[in-house]
Design a binder for this molecule. Sequence first.
Ligand code: ATP
Length: 303
Amino acid sequence: MLDIQHVTFRYKKQNILEDINFSVKTGEHVSIIGESGSGKSTLLKLLYGTYDLNKGHIYWKDEEILGPKFNLITGPDYMKYVAQEFDLMPVISVSENIGAFLSNFYPEEKQERIKELLEVVELTPFSKTKVKELSGGQKQRVALARAIAKQPEVILLDEPFSHIDNFKKQSLRRNLFKYLKKKNITCIVATHDKDDVLSYSDKMIVLHDAKIIANNTPQYLYNNPENKLVASFFGEFNEIDGEMVYANQLKVVEKSDVIAVVKQSYYKGHYFLIEAEWNEEKVFFEHPEKLNLNQKVNLLIKK
Ligand SMILES: Nc1ncnc2c1ncn2[C@@H]1O[C@H](COP(=O)(O)OP(=O)(O)OP(=O)(O)O)[C@@H](O)[C@H]1O
């Protein structure tokens, strides 16, 4: 178990993280979300032992994770951290980068392992390409493969698919997260992308104003978004009488007391997102067809 106890951290005078407490069981997949600058990357760096804590403790099993005051080399050997800037060797090939930390005493096993990892990140055709000749997204995939090459007990991923195009992202995400679950690797992901969270995370931690404001399963937080920050992570929403109502929970009906005036229809593929005005406020709802400007519609919440 990874145990984070009363962690407080500041870069200069301002607390970036304040009294942070949570635990992650072995093999669990946890997402850290929050606005830009809320401290997600900093938290991953603290888990990796990059900085000394101002207060608190971090343990993996019975071992305390300590910062540079106590360790010459950052990062325990059972942990891997894939930062937003990947630290690869540009003039050697993709395969050589992935295999860089694998033992040369077992050359056949090493080649087998590299082959398996190339398949996980879908880079088999690039195995002999020099890393400096790859695109940003391809480099990110090499960094991910390299991080899991030696099978860490814990992997920390900072925006792991940020450079990867939508064509590849879905399958890569499935491959990687399935692989980590199969190998029982504990995984902590800092992300802005709900698709990283909804189908894969056991828990989701929300950071705001240096604190954890929610820590629960994605299903629970989706169904009970207590505040705007959580609701906005999952999609377009309205605040109606203090309650968060997703755009897909607001329906056009024959009769209701809520009469809104359509202002805009946005094409979204299998539906339109409609922006309308009600009581001089904007409301958003989903509708199967485009609606006309200034058309009046009756709305009802249906959860
Ligand atoms: N090395 C540093 N020195 C001083 N302040 C820093 C340093 N790194 C980050 N910060 C500040 O700490 C805060 C948290 O930054 P952090 O990178 O952890 O946020 P984040 O949630 O990961 O953001 P993003 O989603 O944009 O990646 C920000 O206000 C940032 O400016």
